[in-house]
Design a protein around this ligand. Structure first.
Ligand SMILES: *Cc1c(COP(=O)(O)O)cnc(C)c1O
Length: 432
């Protein structure tokens, strides 16, 4: 067998064309359900003793290719695709801490995640304890209690682009017998693979760089398969499940017993996707697969353009500060984790006020003003009024996120056109 590297896997992994009429492009199985063939076969399929498709809320052949391709790219044992990144986050936190428990997370995470962690999870008995400095490992360790079920973090922060020491967090988590969950949406698996540095679960909003064209909302949970879930911290994975009843286990069995290293990801599918239902449609899985085919070329160009734009902004006298950790060649975390760049997203603080921010946003001609990242088209946003609106003032202040910060997501346009666009918009805002 030829060893397949990332650029080969993103085109081929998880797809055996001999099982699909030798179709070159992964077929879209636009079907809600699949025939069970006959009575005896049906019994085997519904009890999980035979692996066949039965109902597309739980699994679908097109979606499964997307899942298996991502699992291969990440080096994980399995993945579940979901209807959004938020569904991936919700199901993961529920699956690890349901029934009451604590999760440790930084206070500078994605706005939707922060709002959910602060205001919604507590209503389900899950408390999130926040830490402000993602790399103050000692203080994070001191916040772990007997009730802590997981450490959660984002690999690259939004919009500061601060880098998380994933290996450091993994050590702390594993010493405490809990998993490390990483939202790796910003770098994508092309720039960073959390499992290589000890993370146990990675999460994506595939809406962003994985799909890369701003045309699908989707999410993924990926399982490294190395974490030992058999501890009594996680009764939900060790209790006997009626749905796992089969001929050999008439009284059911637990997810750990039945699925071993795939216990966590199997439970996401069979309890959360199956019962809460945030399914990704096969058409969207297909679109995501097409987007994924060009991830390496897209992200490589976006990183080069983002770097050039960050350097241009550093030289602009109306820019007070540029947030793009990829420029910081002395940063040991950047060197260790991101040899091919930190990603396509950067931010800058304007040396002006709300009037200038408005004029820049209204003045750009190529950048699209909208709340998204990772599109092939370049995007601009004022976070405190849009994407980060739900983050309370005092938390924003801790992360240098004020009303004068503008975030950019760099796409595939001619980089000099993008710089000219920013230049004319900034000059216009300051009447240069
Ligand atoms: C967009 C985003 C999410 C949420 O994903 P959706 O697909 O919009 O639900 C979660 N985390 C990060 C880092 C994101 O950028």
């Amino acid at each position: 067998m030829v060893e397949e590297h990332f650029d080969t896997q993103r085109l081929h992994a998880g797809y055996d064309w001999s099982k699909h009429q030798y179709a070159s492009s992964v077929p879209i199985y636009a079907t809600a359900a699949f025939g069970l063939e006959n009575f005896d076969n049906g019994l085997k399929v519904v009890s999980g003793q035979k692996k066949e498709f039965s109902y597309s809320r739980v699994s679908n052949p097109t979606t499964e290719v997307f899942e298996n391709r991502i699992a291969a790219l990440e080096g994980g044992v399995g993945a579940v695709a979901l209807g959004s990144g938020m569904a991936a986050i919700t199901y993961t936190i529920f699956n690890v801490a349901e029934g009451g428990g604590h999760v440790l997370a930084p206070s500078n995470i994605y706005g939707g995640s922060l709002d959910e962690f602060r205001t919604l999870f507590p209503k389900f008995g899950i408390t999130v304890d926040f830490y402000d400095d993602v790399n103050d490992l000692t203080s994070i360790q001191n916040q772990i209690t007997a009730d802590t079920k997981a450490i959660y973090a984002e690999s690259v922060a939004n919009p500061s682009t601060e880098i998380t020491d994933v290996a450091g967090l993994a050590d702390i988590a594993h010493t405490a017998g809990i998993p490390l969950i990483i939202d790796n949406t910003f770098p994508t698996p092309y720039l960073f693979k959390p499992f290589e540095f000890g993370a146990d679960i990675s999460i994506y909003s595939s809406t962003k760089g994985i799909n890369g064209h701003g045309n699908v909302i989707g999410g993924l949970v990926v399982d490294n398969g190395k974490f030992d879930w058999s501890s009594d911290k996680f009764p939900q994975l060790n209790e006997s499940e009626f749905i796992l009843t089969d001929d050999a286990h008439p009284n059911g069995q637990s997810f750990v017993e039945k699925f071993g290293s795939k216990a966590f990801i199997s439970r996401i599918r069979m309890k959360y996707l199956r019962l809460m239902g945030a399914v990704l449609s096969p058409v969207e899985a297909y679109m995501s697969l097409i987007g994924l085919e060009t991830i390496s070329e897209r992200v490589t160009k976006e990183v080069a353009s983002a770097t050039k734009i960050a350097k241009y902004l550093q030289e602009n006298s109306h820019v007070k500060r540029v947030y793009y950790s990829g420029l910081d060649t002395e940063n040991s975390l950047v060197k260790k984790y991101y040899p091919h760049g930190i990603g396509a997203i950067l931010a800058f603080e304007v040396a002006g006020g709300i009037a200038q921010i408005r004029d820049i946003i209204n003045g750009v001609q190529i950048f699209s003003y909208l709340p998204n990242v990772g599109d092939a088209k370049s995007l601009i946003v004022n976070p405190t009024k849009t994407t980060h609106r739900e983050i309370p003032e005092e938390i924003r202040a801790k992360h240098a996120l004020n009303d004068n910060v503008i975030r950019l997501s760099i796409g595939l346009e001619d980089v000099d056109d993008l710089i000219a666009d920013l230049d004319q918009a900034i000059s216009g805002a300051f009447n240069d």
